[in-house]
Design a binder for this molecule. Sequence first.
Ligand code: PEP
Ligand code: MG
Length: 585
Amino acid sequence: MRVLRGLGVSEGIAIGKAVCIETRVVDVYRFPIPEAEIEREVERLREAVRRTEAEIRGTRRRVVRDLGEELAGIFDAHVLMLADSAFVERIVDRIRSERVNAEWVVHRTTEDLAERFSQLDEPHLRERATDLLDVGRYLLRMLQGISHHEISEIAGPVVIVADDLTPSDAVRLGRERVVAFAVESGGRTSHTTIIARSLNLPLVAGLEGATQLVTDADPVVVDGGEGVLVLHPTAQVLADYDDRRQDLRRREQEALATRELPAVTRDGVEVRLMANIDLPEEIDEARAFGADGVGLYRSEFLYIERSPALPTEEDHLAIYRRLAEAAAPHPAVIRTYDLGGRKLAREVMETHEDNPVLGLRGIRLTMARPQIFRTQLRGLYRAGLFGDVWVMLPLVSTVEEVRRFRGFAGRVMEELRSEGVPFRPDIKVGVMIEVPSAALTADLLAREVDFFSIGTNDLIQYALAVDRNNEHLAELYQPLHPALLRMIRFVTESASAAGIEISVCGEMAADVRYAPLLVGLGLRRLSMSPRMVPAIKTRLRELDCAELEVLARRAGDFATAPEVEAFVRSALAAGPVERPTSLRE
Ligand code: PEP
Ligand code: MG
């Protein structure tokens, strides 16, 4: 038995067989193929080529319909390449001569060819390198779908052990027979972590070297609370974990019983607990766990799930309508696409960025891709007829962005009006506060919008210059840093001075250690993964809001995050709020 320690970021215990994935290069394994099976492998490749071509042609048709002929042109090069027998036969020859699986040969061949193209002088030939890599990627995805080397080969529950995992891979794998993730990279608020929580799957991040130590089909245990990956557990250890797993399930059932209780502090102050929704399956959970409305729908996951196809106006309308109807009588806050950064969107990015987290992300990207944004907004304004839909803009850093958005939305509505398509024009418009420039100008922004939602996940990252995905910086990613507390207070005060709504939808709101402090700082709306609602509600019902306000004020006296943390912990454990002796005057 061997125990690896990392960061426990998504709670739960899972027992299963490991499947290792190396994604940093590209998600490809190399398998030798026995002589007798070579022709079957070749046929598998040809089938993947046929299906990929059909899929790309289908995407092209949808793009023509929604976005026009011009953008659809990017798919032509891909179709031509797949129809080019020289390209396909080159791959077939290599499968036969090297006797390895199709995925491996597709990967190697497209990389080799792309490398050669990228060295040519003619710019339009150099661009073919990117097309080749795209085609290779489509083919690999297709091959994985019709592969005989896949997760289903391993009997029973699967634990993914990966060097890195994108949010979209987590969605795809999480819907197969995967029971947990163990990843070398990652952080507490990375989007992969958030998705694991959405899927209710344990995840341990920061497990350095795990993929070197684990072999496919090794029996493992993942403890997402403690941040532990156990390899080859003994029978006794397995039995202990099994007991704990039963215990967790029992507690989850008990938590459901809190659904009908009001979310009020002991002194009667109501705090509305709303749902963060990433995946459609969470809509029912929001109701089951007693969330009141949707405080954040991360619409980019609609795109990520459909990629490389783009969601249509009808897709947008259908999901926003469903959310609005489920949230009633409360609002459903739809955040426009927050693509870019790590939520890579190759089909819409079109550019390479050295520093994507500071790049074309969120509102910057959507305003730069008006056709795609227009489709989303048309669906959104139409969905307004079916409930209280609010629109929220991500990664706003200036007042001009809000003004430009209003101009753009005005034109979209004008278009709907002239076509006679019914929609709701007076949808509330708000912004995420997740960039320090937005936080520090909250008083100015508050004059331009109907509501704020503080995205602490990014606000911490951008205020402290600490990558939220970097496992080596986990200690520096400090929600209780005095800079954060000051910003949250200023934003909250600015919102209430302007009479606009304010909430927190970052992971701080879902943490029993931090939510009370947020209430003390003046927040009365918290949005979180539905499964966290019972724990936060139970905690707030034990506390006095008046005392939390004193606690929050005193927390402002400390110079470091660990000091604030120690103060808050001891104050909340000890009952009435006291200052630690070292700081008393
Ligand atoms: C945030 O930044 O806190 C937030 C809620 O948005 P996301 O986690 O999707 O970046
Ligand atoms: Mg964010």
